[in-house]
Design a protein around this ligand. Structure first.
Ligand code: GLU
Length: 548
């Protein structure tokens, strides 16, 4: 068989050569050790935590080494594509702080190694397809669905491995006449790789996450081009990552089973093999057992979930770092204010079996992250979130930024900042009472008679002066406490509760409930300072009226 003739028959329009493509996309001029890597997601419209894990790993590896991170859109599966998905993808990754140096952007491609959308690269794949055919390393296969199904049935019945290999590779060695007859009849064909591998052979392979692997050679004649001329993932991976000069392939370990084929393919094409970083799946505890996070069962897999809940991007970022590199947490404790980028990230620290995702831990990290922000920063992020997810609240925040910022400044900045907020969704419950429309009606502890509560509130009103400093203010509360037969001495109260009506804490709670509608609030003195004299007095009067 003259393979060159076959290549001409199959790819008559291909005039470019591998050599010309080598010239067009020359090796990048980067110092030794610079990582050139990519994110290569499929635009399915669903951007998930796995994408972020992969994205952050590649981003850190590229930028920490002074290399390049680019975005390649793997849109070869038109059936799975959702309109607008590329935009969603790009915007979501940007939201999470993944900055690309080149690749697909909202306004088209940026960079010298494109196009960066696979469907626009058909002509490039065909150059290499033609090369492989001309060398006898690939061949057309005209098998119908029915023939493939019958083959599978036969293999299953004989308890053999299923697949298109060895004696089952029906079109592997067919004559030119057979091929021509099919082509003349206009029958569709796929292009298959002619595997020379044997499952008898094993070799060692080093993965940056999985460590040393023993790999069995591939003996399957996998599909390179589908019948519409669009490549499979495998073929596109080899061609694109070679021509885009990727040094490290960071991807999910669901690709591990086809790695033997990829290695074989790079060799057949004469390409240098990149390094591989196969990331394990994200797991979660389900009862007492671990399982993979699932799109169907776990809403927290979708990145939109974190945005809607109001996790600051920085919190999600820090949390992902925590699960990827176990030493990140210690580093963060030692360097509370350092930018996360100054942490030395290592792919070698990733758990080869996958990371355990723990929502409670994320919430904790987020509380810490928010507690270290300035009031202005919190105000900006919270308002942005509220405008999208709670517009009424957003309007209030925007109407008086100085007021909202004063509220958000409570308990901030010291050595032990308050940790009230884990997500922006918590904010309304925490600070809503500062806005009259969100103030809950006071509900007092029934343990105390209404007349007692009224008396306490009246006494407070009579003594209240917004100009008091916090010491004087509290002295007044204490005076009411003792005057009313309550005590400020907690020990004495514990020793003999029957001797008192209650404690200073009960008195404070009555005032707190009157002013905030809640039994829990930030420092009450500060709350009153922010509300101002008039509104504080009005709220206490309203509470007294509600008791009548
Ligand atoms: N499009 C593939 C995926 O979404 C890319 C894998 C890779 O990074 O090579 O799984």
């Amino acid at each position: 068989m003259d393979y060159k003739v076959l290549a001409e028959i199959l790819f008559p329009d291909v005039t470019d050569t591998p050599e010309s493509l080598e010239e067009k996309f020359p090796p990048r001029n980067y110092p030794e050790g610079a990582v050139i890597t990519r994110m290569a997601p499929s635009p399915t419209g669903f951007v998930h935590l796995g994408n972020l894990v992969q994205g952050l790993t590649s981003e850190r590896m590229a930028h920490q080494s002074g290399g390049v991170l680019f975005l390649r859109v793997e849109d070869t599966d038109a059936k799975r594509e959702v309109p607008g998905a590329v935009e969603v993808l790009i915007n979501t990754l940007k939201h999470y702080g993944i900055q690309f140096d080149e690749g697909a952007t909202i306004d088209g491609d940026a960079g010298l190694y494109g196009p960066y959308r696979q469907r626009q690269r058909a002509a490039i794949y065909h150059v290499y397809a033609k090369k492989l055919v001309s060398e006898g390393q690939a061949y057309p296969c005209f098998c119908t669905e029915e023939e493939l199904a019958a083959m599978r049935e036969k293999q299953e019945a004989a308890k053999e491995t299923t697949g298109y290999y060895g004696p089952y590779a029906m079109w592997r060695d067919r004559s030119m006449e057979d091929i021509q007859a099919q082509l003349d009849a206009g029958n569709p064909w796929v292009l298959r790789f002619r595997s020379t591998g044997s499952i008898e052979n094993q070799f060692k392979f080093d993965d940056l996450v999985k460590g040393k692997l023993t790999i069995t050679e591939n003996n399957v004649d996998h599909v390179l081009l589908k019948s519409d001329g669009i490549p499979t993932y495998h073929f596109a991976h080899a061609v694109d990552d070679h021509l885009m000069r990727t040094t490290h392939v960071v991807r999910g370990d669901e690709w591990l089973p086809t790695l033997p084929f990829h290695i074989q393919l790079f060799k057949a094409l004469g390409f240098k093999l990149p390094k591989y970083v196969h990331i394990g799946p994200l797991m979660k505890m389900d009862g007492s057992s671990k399982r993979k996070l699932s799109k169907r069962k776990d809403p927290e897999l979708a990145l939109t979930f974190y945005k809607a809940e109001g996790f600051p991007v920085k919190a999600v970022y820090e949390y992902i770092m925590t699960i990827l590199n176990s030493n990140f947490e210690d580093w963060r404790r030692a360097n509370p204010d350092a930018p996360a980028e100054s942490f030395k990230f290592s792919p070698k620290k990733l758990n080869p079996a996958g990371s355990l995702f723990d929502y409670a831990k994320l919430t904790d990290v987020s509380k810490n992250v928010i507690s270290r922000m300035t009031a202005e920063e919190v105000y900006g992020l919270l308002t942005e979130w509220a405008k999208e997810f709670d517009p009424g609240f957003g309007e209030k925040l925007e109407a008086d930024p100085a007021y909202a910022t004063r509220i958000l400044a409570i308990g901030r900045g010291g050595k032990k900042p308050r940790k009230d907020l884990a997500v922006w969704k918590d904010a309304k419950d925490y600070m809503g009472f500062f806005y009259d429309e969100y103030l809950d009606a006071p509900v007092f502890d029934e343990k105390f008679d209404k007349t007692v509560v009224t008396d306490v509130l009246n006494r407070f009103l009579a003594s209240f002066d917004i100009g008091d400093d916090s010491g004087v203010w509290f002295d007044k509360v204490k005076a009411i406490t003792t005057d009313m037969g309550f005590t400020t001495d907690m020990k004495a109260y514990k020793a003999d509760p029957a001797a008192y009506k209650g404690t200073v804490a009960d008195i404070s709670t009555m005032i707190r409930v009157a002013v905030t509608g809640k039994t829990n609030s930030p420092d009450l003195y500060t709350v009153m300072q922010i509300l101002g004299s008039e509104r504080t007095i009005q709220r206490i009067r309203d509470a007294i009226a509600s008791l009548a």
